[in-house]
Design a protein around this ligand. Structure first.
Ligand code: MD3
Ligand code: FE
Length: 223
């Protein structure tokens, strides 16, 4: 007798989001009080290392989001010098503020990597801003993951493959979510399509902060 075989069901058909290998999403990793404390820490950093809008290499077109950094190295971009890491703020020329203990602890808990992060890029998204699809390729050590911390308004994030036209998975990142990008996903295209304005009250100035913790140099390569 022919028996009935259930059709194979793709996980996405069952409503489950499938991420590329190496993407780990920790929903609500930070509780509300931890989020508020971290936002205060970030506002303290921004007070001495002001948010600014970097310019694209060659064209000089400004990013719509604004940025600053903390930690020994910070990611910057300008028309003449392009994308790079440097130890000082491009406008104040002061060294970046120290990496806060909250972020060192978070990295130690999640990165599975034997050395501390060197850079925390702080992106601020106000209403109507976005970050186009790109690959993070300015680091030396691709064995280290990138860890993303979302604070404030909900945001539509996408991650694809290693080519621009590979299919993209879209998810909404909410305040307190932490994403660890390792393995194959480390070299995947990704970007931030839009935020949902006024969807959170965690950031008093409004909008969304995204923090990305990164290892830039290979451990022990400074000598
Ligand atoms: C996937 N930031 O700063 S964080 C960036 O929300 C950046 O501000 C976005 O992309 C933001 O470069 C997304 C999540 C993220 C960060 C790095 C990745 C996803 C990634 C590196 C490789 C693959
Ligand atoms: Fe990125």
């Amino acid at each position: 007798m022919p028996r009935e075989v259930p059709p194979p069901t793709k996980p996405e058909a069952a409503g489950k989001t499938v991420f590329p290998e190496g993407v780990d999403v920790y929903r609500a990793y930070l509780g509300e009080e931890q989020q508020r404390a971290l936002v205060q820490t970030i506002e303290g950093i921004v007070a001495v290392a002001p948010l600014y809008r970097p310019a694209m290499p060659r064209t000089g077109k400004l990013f719509s989001i604004s940025m600053t950094n903390c930690g020994p190295l910070g990611w910057v971009s300008d028309k003449a010098g392009g994308y790079r890491y440097q130890p000082h703020h491009p406008i104040t020329v002061a060294p970046w503020p120290a990496m806060p203990i909250q972020l060192l602890d978070l990295w130690a808990d999640l990165a599975a990597y034997p050395a501390p992060p060197e850079a925390c890029l702080i992106n601020h998204y106000s209403i109507g801003t976005q970050l186009g699809s790109h690959i993070d390729a300015d680091e030396e050590d691709f064995n280290a993951p990138v860890i993303s911390v979302s604070l404030g308004d909900d945001a539509v994030f996408h991650v694809g493959g290693t080519t621009r036209n590979a299919p993209k998975t879209r998810i909404v990142l909410r305040s307190g979510d932490v994403v660890v990008l390792g393995g194959a996903s480390r070299k995947a295209y990704h970007g931030l399509d839009r935020i949902h304005p006024h969807s959170s009250d965690i950031v008093p100035r409004g909008g969304r902060f995204n923090l990305t913790l990164r290892r830039v140099t290979k451990p022990g390569s400074s000598r």
